[in-house]
Write a protein that binds this ligand. Structure first.
Ligand code: NAP
Length: 255
């Protein structure tokens, strides 16, 4: 039987590195994608296999070029881990407009394009899985990170809908919704040095393990950690006007 191929975006840091390590241990052949090629190459060397493809997935045509490269290499993706993403902290009006647009293009645009590109083969084989990395940010609006929270609400909604569309065809779609996790995310997002983020952050390898378990169990949504699970239920208990205010207050206290 051919070795299954996993395509992991954002594999140069954080959760993506742990996805690559754990999937390699499960017997997948890896296609590793991010902008920092030297880091991808180092990871491929560590794993003893894996193909590194450097690309900026926020740019137009990048996802299509990546899929063309994969097809040209004769590879068929069995598992797509749509993990590449970033956040920006600050008020919407004060943050750079172009960077916020890039965030939407990466967190949502590339994720949708890659999912669309891998589905035909998966549906034809009646086998395959897509893991989209959302966030607990998906469950409420986030003043102070408005665009980031909105991108993750998109990822969650899209993933759940797609899960329903393709589950009868043998394909699983899972949204992984981590809470704060120790990666380079906080540094990229611009959290202050006094951030409490790191104090409450989960370990990346534990979050990834929970995500891959959810894929194996064909779950639509996975929220690792009891506190995160409880927090995500806030919308059942509180009016949305409270939820958004609380999210804004937590952001102010946390940074
Ligand atoms: N850490 C958390 O607290 C947390 C919580 C919930 C959800 N998440 C989500 O988890 C996912 C992974 O983030 P992380 O926490 O592991 O952060 P990270 O350590 O900063 O890793 C982000 C990855 O995305 C890649 N990336 C960024 N921009 C890219 C672009 N334009 N094109 C291609 N790749 C790009 C980065 O690689 P290059 O810079 O080399 O391109 C890196 O490999 C994200 O979707 C994030 O929103 C994180």
């Amino acid at each position: 039987m051919a070795t299954p191929v996993a395509l992991v975006t954002g594999a140069s840091a954080g959760l993506g590195v742990d996805f690559a390590r754990q999937l390699s241990a499960k017997g997948y052949r890896l296609v590793l994608v991010a902008r920092r090629k030297e880091r991808l190459d180092a990871l491929a060397t560590e794993l003893g296999h894996g193909r590194a493809i450097a690309c900026d997935l926020s740019t137009a045509g990048a996802a299509a070029a990546l899929m063309a490269d994969i097809r040209a290499a004769g590879e068929t993706v069995s598992l797509l881990v749509n993990n590449a993403g970033f956040g920006l902290t600050g008020r919407f009006a004060a943050l750079d407009g172009g960077r916020q647009r890039q965030m939407i293009d990466l967190n949502c645009g590339a994720l949708v394009e890659l999912a669309h590109a891998v589905l035909p083969d998966m549906r034809a084989k009646r086998k395959g899985a897509i893991l989209n990395v959302a966030s607990t940010a998906a469950f409420q609006p986030g003043p102070g990170m408005a665009v980031y929270f909105a991108t993750k609400a998109f990822v969650l909604s899209f993933s759940e809908a797609l899960h329903e569309e393709v589950k009868a065809e043998g394909v699983t779609v899972t949204a992984l919704c981590p809470g704060p996790t120790s990666t380079e995310f906080g540094e990229v997002a611009g959290f202050g040095l006094a951030s409490s983020f790191e104090k409450i952050a989960a370990r990346s390898e534990d979050v990834v393990r929970a995500g891959l378990r959810a894929v194996a169990e064909k779950q639509a949504v996975a929220i690792p950690g009891l506190l995160n699970k409880a927090g995500a239920q806030g919308h059942r208990l509180l009016p949305r006007s409270w939820l958004r205010r609380i999210a804004g207050l937590m952001k102010e206290i946390g940074t």
